[in-house]
Structures are given as structure tokens and as C-alpha cells.
Design a protein around this ligand. Structure first.
Ligand code: 5GP
Length: 190
């Protein structure tokens, strides 16, 4: 998506450790007009797939997920991050190593929020090694629901997580794929 790429170039900051900071327009401060256009793009890509639920992970995926859910006129669910591995009760859970925080969390979704007949579109702000999407995929599988695909704002293509998921048959759609980045600048995949 051209507009998102322009904003990444203009407002994004490349931090050490291959982290792209987009806090000024996608995360802590949100350019809602841009996010809304991004949601429209995601809707156009998946509108014929019968999506019944949007699933994301707290916190930074929620803004885009809510706007995507509004387009589809379905509910958005976010997985909560728990520090404890031993989760009890009627929940689906999956381990997830956080790339930015360098620690493991357990992602949790109450069973009642995803049903067997749901067609789930997973949404997130970033895709790096693919851990977050893989964990959300596991939660969809535990619910015996159908994973329609994964819609991502920014994929860091050089980390390989997205291509691996595509090889495994997941329909990964990223609005911008960063092919390389350093302090000098960044390039996108066409
Ligand atoms: P993955 O699980 O694919 O390795 O990483 C994706 C998750 O880590 C996303 O949910 C996102 O919050 C976070 N993340 C990964 N790379 C970056 C990055 O470069 N910048 C930001 N802001 N978050 C990132």
C-alpha cells in the first residue's frame, strides 16, 4: 500500500536490533485516517472469504483489528498476554516469544469467543519471525475454526517469518514488506 510505505519512510525510525519504530503514527499515537484506509485495503483483499471474526494480540494489533472488524461488520477479539505459563479455565492458549520484548508470553483467548464455525482473519501490526501469527493460528486450530488468512500492516521480509508461513499455506497479506533496513534508510519488496 503506497500511502503506508510513504508514511514509513517519512515517520518511521530504524532502531538497533532491526526494530522499526512506528509509534508516532501506528502504535502509541495513531493516524486514524491512515489506519482506516489500511483497514479498507485489508477488507478489499478478504471480502469474499466469509470472515466472521477478527483475531489479534494485545496491544499494538488492536487499533487496526478494530477498524478491519468494522469493515467486515464482525467482532474483533484480542489475545491477552499472560506471564504465567500455567493457564487454567476454559481458554485457548499458546506460547509466544516476543521479538520486541525478548521474552515469552502465553496468549490467552476464552473459548467462548471463537467458535467452530468461525472463519477467522488474523490481524497484526508487524510480522517479523512469525511467532505471533503462529500462536494465533494455533488458537484458531484449538477452536477447530477456519483460519482465512493473516493481514499485516508491516512485514519485515528479511526476517523470513512471512514467507515461511506462506510456504505452509497461510494466506499472508502484508500492506508493506520491508526488504532491508538500517540507519541509512529502508527498501520495500515490490
Ligand atoms: P514476530 O512474532 O513475527 O517475530 O513479531 C511480531 C510481533 O512483534 C508483533 O506483534 C509486533 O508487536 C512485534 N514487532 C516485531 N518487530 C517489530 C518492529 O520492528 N517494530 C515494532 N514496533 N514491533 C515489532
Amino acid at each position: 500500500m503506497e500511502l503506508l510505505k510513504q508514511e514509513i519512510v517519512k515517520r518511521g525510525k530504524v532502531l538497533p536490533g532491526h526494530v522499526l519504530k512506528v509509534g508516532s503514527f501506528l502504535n502509541q499515537q495513531m493516524d486514524v485516517g491512515l489506519l482506516s484506509q489500511m483497514a479498507g485495503d485489508v477488507y478489499a483483499r478478504f471480502k469474499d472469504k466469509g470472515v466472521t471474526k477478527i483475531l489479534t494480540v494485545e496491544a499494538s494489533g488492536i487499533a487496526l483489528a478494530v477498524l478491519v472488524a468494522e469493515r467486515f461488520k464482525v467482532d474483533a477479539v484480542f489475545a491477552k498476554k499472560s506471564k504465567t505459563a500455567n493457564v487454567e479455565g476454559n481458554v485457548y492458549s499458546a506460547e509466544c516469544y516476543s521479538y520486541t520484548h525478548k521474552k515469552s508470553n502465553t496468549l490467552i483467548v476464552p473459548e467462548e469467543y471463537i467458535e467452530k464455525m468461525d472463519k477467522v482473519l488474523v490481524v497484526d501490526d508487524f510480522l517479523a519471525n512469525g511467532e505471533a501469527i503462529r500462536s494465533l493460528k494455533s488458537i484458531v486450530e484449538q477452536a477447530r475454526a477456519t483460519l482465512v488468512g493473516a493481514a499485516i500492516a508491516i512485514e519485515k521480509g528479511f526476517q523470513g517469518g512471512g514467507d515461511k508461513l506462506r510456504e505452509e499455506g497461510v494466506d499472508v497479506y502484508s500492506l508493506a514488506i520491508v526488504e532491508s533496513m538500517d540507519q541509512e534508510g529502508l527498501t520495500f519488496r515490490n
